[in-house]
Design a protein around this ligand. Sequence first.
Ligand code: PLP
Length: 323
Amino acid sequence: MPKAKEVIKPIGGFYDLQLPTGNEYYADLLRLNTGRNALEYILRQKAYSKIYIPFFTCDVLLEPIKKLGVKYEFYSINERLEPIINFEIEPTACLLYTNYFGIKHDAVITLSEQIPNIIIDNSQAFYSEPLPGVDTFYSCRKFFGVPDGAYLNIKKKLNKKLPIDVSYNRVSHLTKSIDLGIEAAYADSLINNKLLENNEIKIMSNLTKRIMCGIRYDECAQIRERNFFFLHQHLKEFNLFQFDFPTNKSPMVYPFLYDDRNLKIHLIQKKIFVPTYWPNVYNWTSAGMYENYLTTNLVPLPIDHRYNLKDMFYMLNTLKQVL
Ligand SMILES: Cc1ncc(COP(=O)(O)O)c(C=O)c1O
């Protein structure tokens, strides 16, 4: 029998990008290329006939659903951002719940006890650990400077060897923004986001994994918590979104709900780039619906590891010019 070809490790030559070494946060979970493909993995593995998804989420999640021809139906959420379940979930159907902004961990626990076929989208909740036996996925680029990458908590693996993704062709916005600033790199970020569409399920690229191994997770988490706490102290009396203060879960953003659609415009004019979650919700909902209102009036304030308290103070003062 011919021997398997030995792979010879090259020695010498130039140095590759030097990244800090360390450990991943979810070393025991399955590494995949994107959050949407993690959902595809679950749908393939569990072969659900139907999925209930929230009106308030990102439309890229429809990619795997449509690709696999799974039936889907939207459901509404209440003012606590929890599902209004006034329908029966068939035994072969599942329900997708988003851990909004990373502050709905308690709802995830309760819902997981009530709904047998639940899928948790923790794309906005990197630091919310998966519950045992609950299919849960994460999208790395929502929290860290990586081009792609996802983690998946699922018991049974697909019976199929997956190819390993490559990401080197999708990092220009990450490198350009260091040299030229975030505004100069914005167009690249749109192009690279587009490249994530309609890809097959692959294993997380070596590049993304290497970056994920070099992150100081505890430090990033603490900064998020500190900034969130600071904003909450100063904004809770104005915030129409009432929530229990999240402990130890390092949210993605500070969700500030305010009845003035000009607030976002004001912030953006002052170079505080707040996103809209999610423009596609306008296509899925009508004017009177809560999700429609949230899309217009919810202002997600950045609180991540890039910002110190001085930045938070500046953001707060800029915001208060409108309140
Ligand atoms: C709530 C939510 N879940 C999942 C995803 C998909 O993650 P990915 O881009 O890694 O596929 C997104 C956006 O892209 C999102 O906003």
